[in-house]
Write a protein that binds this ligand. Structure first.
Ligand code: SF4
Length: 709
């Protein structure tokens, strides 16, 4: 039993987009001790389960590895002095070069309240939309696909749907490693209902394909062709829901016409898979009543990621497999709050509350609500563009918040040049060492998980509280506080006089309801005005909040109405295109990068936990045994990788010959960076090519050479 000084606090895991609830026993006060971390039995995302990363969260809290003090041009500083200097330097750059000379690059690790305040300062008060985040690398292609098809960035499925489907297609996802708690839910669903089919579409045979009834190891990057073939198949095999197409959609004929040449034979050739496998998948999709396409980074991180997303959505619209239990296209985000960031406009081409920056009416609504004098009037630079502009000398200042772009962005040479060329680099960060900090002129110590207090939204649109368990370490402050202090020092005291994240959350919820009248699904007006106690006790809430939804229905699109001006979903005509980075005789291998089961991003936290290094304690290169044999590469031998974009950088990794890899394709985890060894910077081999519509970089299809070191 708990003593008087012990209390069980419910918070959320800070890693992936599943958004698991976590219970932690807090002994003593906020300065006290944390123990007994467990999954929250009542949290609807995980019902008590955690994966290994979540289970070992407490081991990652190492005070010795934290920033403690603001540092300004190499000297420790007080917060007052640091914020005054940041404000003065920002004001001076704006005066000399205009607001678009400033850029803020944030993270899906920020809480919704942090994101909201950063967005408000940049877009509303500084007057530039140059605020983008590492969510651009995660799911921005899905956002554009949703907006094109549904009129709003809406993920129509819930986790519970995974238990009520007849066919689950995992496409571009190794959920067993990247979203383990959801994957376990799928495993249990299949155990309970052996008739449920699972199909995995992935060039590699991964842990996720072990439960698959069918694994389609397609050629990397050929997903659009596979889904265009499915649309064509549905049309010629009685798989269309004509009544739904007629009543609730537009653009079907054009989309079908674009897919007309994608017969089984042409798809089989384009994807380099047997026709028989395609026929099996297509017939299951056509015949089984409930189908989910569960998609993630393998779809999004592509120069054609938006089209891939729409190719998937087209098939669900054509068959009417959407807006019903166990049905729909289900985009799963990588980060814990990628969705919350989207809700407050945390990308450079969005406004807050799912409003559009290029819509004058929406700009007027936000400007009036914020009483913002300088609301940005056009989209800003997306992540890669922002660093390119800094490298070209057009962007003079970058403020980097809760992310490590030198290690995580593609084209490391460009990122280093960008940061070297800036007049001012500000880094708000928790970790005392990472690859980006060495470029910082001003370092601001921020709070991390266990100290932060606010909300996050997971992949099924569920808002949960992340609660503060400990006092901030050293002089660290919350990101929303740091941004507000700078805003106040710039003269915007009235709009940034926040004392508590509850005030920010309440304001955000009120903005979602402003001039809404059912025109946008994101309407959190019912949560505006929560008291401090109500905010503290807020239980997980999924939107749409039924009473705020215009149809009164809890299931999105159940009424066949979408959020386009005429209420109809849009088919998009897709012409499959090859990835931009193509192999050649000099660079003959396709390079795919991704996550491991037990690590997170650039390992500044998970790298602290010895038990998380047991699964894999070093980077490696997966290569098909036939390729390895041809090149004389043996198990464990060091292999040098080169790419056209990395003239001066060789990446050297130990080889793991693995027949689960396709011939001609390689895989390497991206977690290790220069902090861990100078020759494992895998992102340096990717050239930063990105989707023209979403700006999301290609991280799954580089072109490299490989030879024995
Ligand atoms: Fe955390 Fe994701 Fe694991 Fe859940 S599945 S414990 S959110 S890393």
């Amino acid at each position: 039993s708990q003593s008087a000084t012990e209390q069980l606090v419910q918070t959320t895991c800070p890693y992936c987009g599943v958004g698991c609830g976590v219970d932690v026993l807090q002994t003593g006060s906020m300065k006290g001790r944390l123990s007994d971390l467990k999954g929250s039995p009542e949290h609807p995302a995980n019902f008590g389960r955690l994966c290994i990363k979540g289970t070992h969260l407490l081991e990652t809290l190492d005070p010795a590895k934290r920033l403690t003090t603001p540092v300004v041009f190499g000297q420790p500083a007080s917060w007052e002095s640091a914020t005054d200097i940041v404000a003065a330097r920002l004001s001076s750059i704006i005066e000399q070069h205009g607001p678009d000379a400033i850029g803020l690059y944030g993270s899906g690790q920020l809480l919704t309240e942090d994101y909201y305040v950063a967005n408000k300062l940049m877009k509303g008060f500084i007057g530039t939309a140059n605020i983008d985040t590492n969510s651009r690398l995660c799911m921005s292609s899905a956002v554009v696909a949703h907006k094109r098809a549904f009129g709003e960035d809406i993920v129509p499925c819930d986790y519970e749907d995974l238990e009520h489907t007849d066919l689950l297609i995992l496409v571009g996802s190794n959920a067993a490693w990247t979203h383990p708690v959801l994957y376990q839910r799928i495993e249990r669903a299949k155990l309970r209902n052996p008739a449920m089919k699972v199909v995995v579409i992935d060039p590699r045979h991964t842990d996720s394909s072990t439960i698959a009834d069918l694994h389609i190891a397609l050629r990397a990057g050929s997903d659009s062709a596979l889904y265009c073939g499915l649309l064509h198949y549905l049309a010629v095999n009685n798989g269309l829901d004509n009544a739904f197409i007629e009543a609730s959609t537009e653009g079907f004929d054009r989309a079908l016409d674009a897919a007309k040449d994608w017969t089984l034979a042409t798809v089989a050739e384009a994807c380099d898979v047997p026709e028989k496998q395609l026929r099996t998948l297509y017939s299951w999709f056509a015949q089984l009543p409930r189908v989910i396409s569960f998609f993630s980074m393998g779809i999004n991180q592509s120069t054609t990621g938006v089209d891939k997303g729409n190719a998937i959505i087209n098939c669900h619209l054509a068959s009417g497999k959407i807006g019903r239990e166990g049905c729909g296209p289900f985009s799963i985000t990588g980060q814990p709050n990628a969705m919350g960031g989207r809700e407050v406009g945390g990308l450079s081409n969005m406004l807050a509350a799912h409003m559009d920056i290029d819509n004058p009416q929406h700009r007027e609504t936000v400007s009036a609500f914020w009483q913002a004098p300088n609301l940005a009037s056009q989209p800003g630079l997306k992540a890669v563009e922002m660093f390119q502009a800094a490298a070209d000398g057009k962007l003079k200042c970058l403020w980097i918040m809760a992310t490590n772009p030198v290690a995580s962005m593609p084209n490391r040479a460009l990122i280093e040049k960008a940061l070297s060329n800036c007049e001012l680099v500000i880094v708000s960060e928790t970790a005392a060492t990472n690859d980006t900090l060495k470029f910082a002129d001003i370092v601001l110590p921020a709070t991390g998980w266990s100290e932060k207090n606010g909300t996050v939204t997971n992949s099924e649109r569920r808002i949960s509280r992340q609660r503060g368990l400990l006092d901030p370490h050293g002089m660290a402050r919350h990101d929303w506080q740091i941004i507000s202090m700078v805003a106040c020092a710039m003269g915007f005291e009235k709009a940034f006089a926040y004392q508590h994240p509850q005030q920010i959350f309440s304001e955000h919820c009120a903005l979602t309801a402003a001039d809404n009248n059912g025109s946008r699904a994101l309407d959190l007006g019912a949560l505006a005005g929560l008291s401090l106690t109500q905010y503290d006790n807020l239980r997980p809430q999924q939107w749409p909040l039924a009473e705020a939804h215009r149809s009164g229905s809890e299931r999105l699109f159940a009424d066949g109405r979408f959020y386009t001006p005429n209420g109809k979903a849009r088919f998009i005509a897709i012409t499959p295109r090859a990835p931009e980075q193509q192999t050649s005789s000099q660079y003959p291998f396709v390079l795919n990068t991704g996550r491991l089961r037990d690590q997170w991003h650039t390992m500044t936290r998970t790298g602290n936990a010895p038990r998380l290094l047991k699964h894999t304690d070093r980077p490696w290169l997966s290569i098909h045994p036939r390729d390895a044999q041809r090149l004389g590469i043996t198990d464990g031998a060091l292999v040098t990788l080169k790419a056209a974009c990395s003239d001066n950088i060789d990446v050297i990794l130990p080889a793991r010959p693995d027949s689960k890899q396709r011939c001609g394709e390689l895989f390497a985890p991206f977690h290790w960076s220069a902090t861990w060894g100078s020759h494992c910077k895998v992102g340096a081999l990717l050239n930063g090519a990105n989707d023209a519509l979403s700006g999301q970089p290609e991280l799954k299809h580089g072109a490299v050479s490989a030879e024995v070191f």
